[in-house]
Design a protein around this ligand. Structure first.
Ligand code: NAP
Length: 483
């Protein structure tokens, strides 16, 4: 298949880099296939995108929120119309199965539609004013130029989660997708441009961040950075922005735990946990990666879980029989393999996924789903994020020990408990330090109107999605008038 040669959205037109350099996007299921080439933009290209954004800001900020909302809703319709093409490209650049990619396209369209509808929501409040004849109210205003930096694991949904609220609030946005997966982010930009987004309101920047240097973050016009990605880059952004009046929203890593208590429905728990751990080959920030079992269910749950893991069919994500695709890149494959090898050297036992994969998968970045037991909570594999299909298991004596084990982590993104006891379910939801809590359900992200965001090292503590997700992207002006 001839690779797509794609351009960036710059001031309302589709442009290659001034330097005419390209980055190859390779298929993680078969590294010999180049899916697309995107411009390797340089600092002058970045400046052009920001200059266009600055010019577009006053007009967009003054556009009625209802008109802004119509554009987002039209873009949602376009994504749905283009869903097969977008899902296929998503699968080919990132490696998630076609079924998973179709869900991501549908959810991204829902997100734009939801945000579009917010154009008709109240834009402020009327306040009481004690002074005779005086009136007071608040109005929401955009913050200005927003930089949205996105990772590769949900390469359509994460940009949509940032663009939807930023644009409906009247901001202009520069979108920097991950270099492994820029193709569907450009599909999203195209849907918005085709839906009538004015020139400059959205610009895209492709190319490796390490080559762009500080040209993104050092822009003087920047009012906010909305980042999803690793803790390492999140920390770097915090340091870079310190001392500047630029807001930072950061959604970072996780090490999500699920607890199964002795009174749980073990069959339900095993199937749900297998899906939560191995969907998208474990490359979900909310994937279950630590499993804490009350001693009485340890053997039964582990047997059932291992059976579910062995039923997964690892292979080409476009093949309808495949239930688990590859990792996103050779680098990610090496990272996952390294974690598992070090865990085994430290005494962990691999109970599924140790056998070699079929030879016809040799050109892809595949990794079998792995369950590891005999894992001590002091081990690296227990404490650090792997971001792959690896689930580590430990046993505890009671509920209190389980809850303490969940919270004994620098991260606080998602957690879940399986129990038939409503008091314990409530105690878990109240005692756990995580931004997302599930009971008899998988650790997961939420529907598009439900606030999402992590605690502790998992993020800045701000929420994305829902009404709360708007607050990062707007400032509130309080007005009083004597009439
Ligand atoms: P990453 O390495 O931090 O990269 C994320 C984005 O940041 C990419 O677009 C990358 O561009 C860019 N970037 C890298 N260095 C930068 C710099 N110095 N300045 C500005 N931008 C820079 O993360 P990743 O490996 O793509 O994603 C995996 C991580 O994301 C995991 O830790 C996962 O837990 C986390 N994540 C969190 C959530 C959440 O909601 N909490 C959701 C999804 C993923 P290049 O690709 O060009 O380097």
């Amino acid at each position: 298949m001839t690779p797509l040669q794609l351009a960036n959205l710059v001031d309302g037109t589709w442009r290659a880099s001034a330097a005419e350099r390209w980055v190859e996007v390779r298929n993680p299921a078969d590294q010999r296939e180049v899916v697309a080439e995107v411009p390797a933009m340089g600092p002058p290209d970045v400046d052009a995108v920001f200059d266009a954004a600055v010019r577009a800001l006053p007009g967009w900020a003054q556009t009625s929120p209802i008109a802004r909302g119509r554009i987002l809703i039209s873009a949602a319709h376009l994504l749905r119309e283009r869903r097969d093409e977008v899902a296929r490209d998503l699968s080919r650049e990132m490696g998630k199965t076609l079924a998973e990619a179709l869900v991501e396209v549908a959810k991204s369209a829902d997100l734009l539609e939801y945000c579009g509808g917010l154009g008709r929501a109240p834009q402020g409040d009327v306040l009481a004013d004690e002074r005779l004849g005086a009136r007071a109210w608040t109005v929401h205003e955009p913050i200005g130029v927003v930089l949205a930096i996105c990772p590769w694991n949900d390469p359509l949904l994460t940009p949509a989660r940032k663009l939807g609220p930023a644009l409906i609030a009247g901001n202009v946005v520069v979108l920097k997708p991950a270099s492994d997966t820029p193709v569907v982010a450009l599909h999203l930009a195209r849907a918005l441009a085709d839906a009538g987004l004015p020139a400059g309101v959205l610009g895209t920047v492709t190319g490796p961040a390490r080559e762009l240097g500080d040209s993104l973050v050092e822009q003087r016009a920047l009012a906010g950075v909305s980042f999803t990605g690793s803790n390492e880059v999140g920390e770097q952004l915090r340091r870079q922005l310190a001392g500047r009046n630029v807001k930072l929203l950061a959604e970072l890593g996780g090490k999500n735990a699920t607890v199964v208590l002795e009174d749980a429905d073990v069959e339900l728990a095993a199937g749900t946990i297998a899906a939560a751990a191995f969907a998208q080959a474990g490359q979900r920030c909310t994937a279950t990666s630590r499993l804490i079992l009350e001693r009485g269910v340890f053997d039964e749950l582990l047997d059932k879980l291992a059976a579910h893991a062995r039923e997964l069919t690892v292979g080409d994500p476009l093949d309808p029989d495949t239930t688990m695709g590859p990792l996103v890149s050779p680098a990610q494959q090496r990272t996952v393999t390294g974690f598992v090898e070090r865990a085994v050297a430290a005494g962990a036992a691999v109970i599924t996924g140790a056998e070699p994969l079929p030879a016809d998968l040799a050109h892809g970045c595949f990794s079998a789903p792995k369950v590891l037991r005999d894992v001590d909570p002091s081990m690296e594999i227990w404490t650090e994020e792997v971001f792959g299909p690896v689930l580590v298991v430990t046993a505890v004596e009671d509920f209190e020990q389980a809850l303490a084990r969940v919270n004994d982590s620098p991260f606080g993104l998602a957690a879940s408990v399986f129990t038939g006891n409503v008091r314990r379910a409530l105690a878990f939801s109240e005692g756990v330090t995580a931004g997302q809590v599930s009971i008899n359900l998988p650790t997961t992200g939420w529907d598009v109107h439900m606030p999402f965001g992590g605690f502790k090292a998992s993020g800045s503590g701000l929420k994305e999605q829902g009404l709360e997700g708007l607050s990062f992207y707007r400032r509130t002006k309080t007005v009083a008038m004597a009439a």
